[in-house]
Write a protein that binds this ligand. Sequence first.
Ligand code: MG
Ligand code: MG
Length: 626
Amino acid sequence: MKTSIATVSISGSFPEKLEAIAKAGFDGIEIFEQDFIASDYAPRDIGAMVRDHGLAITLFQPFRDFEGLPEPYRSRAFARAERKFDLMADLGAELMLVCSTVHPAAMGGIDRAAADFHALAEIAAPRGLRVGFEALAWGRHINDHRDAWEVVRRADHANLGLILDSFHTLARKIDPETIRRIHGDKIFFVQLADAPAIEMDLLYWSRHFRNMPGEGDLDVTGFLRAVLATGYEGPLSLEIFNDQFRAGLPRLVAQDGYRSLIDLMDRVRRAEPALAVDLPAFPAPKPVQDIEFIEIVTAPETAREVGDFLTALGFSATASHVSKQVTRWQQGAINILVNTQGSGFAHSSYVAHGTTVSEIALRVPDAMAAQARAEALGIAPYRQTPVSGELDIPAIRGVGGSLLRFVDDATTLGQIWDLDFTAAKPTAKGAGLTRIDHIAQTMAYDEMLSWSLFYHALFDAQKAPMVDVVDPDGLVRSQAVETGALRITLNGAEARRTLAGRFVEDSFGSAVQHIAFASDDIFATAAALAAAGFPILQIGGNYYDDVEARFGLDPALTVRMRAANVLYDEDAGGQFFQLYSLTRPEGLFIEIVQRQGGYRGYGAPNAPFRIAAQKRATRPAGLPKF
Ligand code: MG
Ligand code: MG
């Protein structure tokens, strides 16, 4: 089963696209005619260039407005097709996509269209070419794959087949199960694309908002299951029209595309094991059981500040690494490592980002399996030279170049703290923090899809709908992804002047912007923090007047919240309380949350007030030390 991608899906010049597509692991490309016309290369040279990259041309597309035309348009359409057949011969392309007509003069009728396609296939046959018919969701007369299939069936020609495109079927909410009735050998080509669920004109939605399978909300898995159930064995090709991708780095977009395709095929074979999916075996996604530790890297000069901050937050330094400048801090079930080693991966993170989260260690059912799945998805492993006597913990590259480590009960977990660290001293009383509730990772907006795909493919993480957060200086998009005990909020900054945008700029790329800890009693935690001199973000009085009225809160509760700078939200499931620290000079800050009942969110309605307060508190002169 060949993997393929349409050249229109990624940015760059034609040679750049080929390079990126070949590197990502694809077997072939759909040549999008505009891409070819825009290049300066002759058709034969393009064909040779494609083959030199080890790629095949899987499809030439699109040929528009062909069927159902009256004369003189009809003769002209055939003449145009013959010119394209000549071009295809030069390119070395063997299959042409004809999409259903939107021509104002085109007439309807399945038989009329079938007759035109039979005639076209008659011309293609002696040339050794084939024609595939695709129903556009906005086609004038044919906009449903079931009608396109009826045209192909009635035309009854060996050189004519059907082309299916998940977007056109799913965007019109046509049940993909209807595909199971089509004969697999008459499906010539399959295009795959996802899209976010937004109400929008179909054509505009398709041309600008398609995304990789797994990045959107369409049931592409159900679609591909139905396709493969027909016995279809041809190429699986991505055809993604997306403004962001056309502006993105070719290499990254191609890599995400390949990852999404592998993940999709894996989902299909797990959902329907009877189907023949041509994909090497690799481990299934498993939810994260816990966050074992978070490592923060800083310089020796600032280690004390960071230590004072953690102490005021109720953490105790309990142990040190046996050979590295790493201190273990504990509270509740939380482990924070502070790394001041002047070499190695953490140090490089410090050089790039300043004081930052350099590693997140996740407890999973099987660490080696998680690593193997990551590698199958084209996620780069991180390997270091193991120091004898210390654990070699599997790791991969995560957001912003930070590391994600995998630990499990069987192989590593019991030993990390015993083998690599000195015996832990007892912890102090603490401030009532129990565990890590979520981690917020901030990135440029156009990287957001890439990272939600990363977590979705690696862990089968569930995605919450994207929400807009208003920063006084622009918009930030936020999306939560969740897999077992790991909850991450991805924040995409569009504007530089937003708090998130400045963070991305100041930290040279995306990274962890805040860590949220859970407390069972946020007011007790707030009192302990205040007593310890922890720098709590002050929230203005207007907020409390508003929130009391908005939710009809007991004024006595609002008084407590106001005194403790605690913010409030609720949903159908329950209540949510949160408070924030001031922002460190590098932009990192801490959040403390208390969830009551089944509250599922992250306090997004409070984000504008939190951001405004942070901006007020972060004045250029006299930056708060912590
Ligand atoms: Mg298509
Ligand atoms: Mg948060």
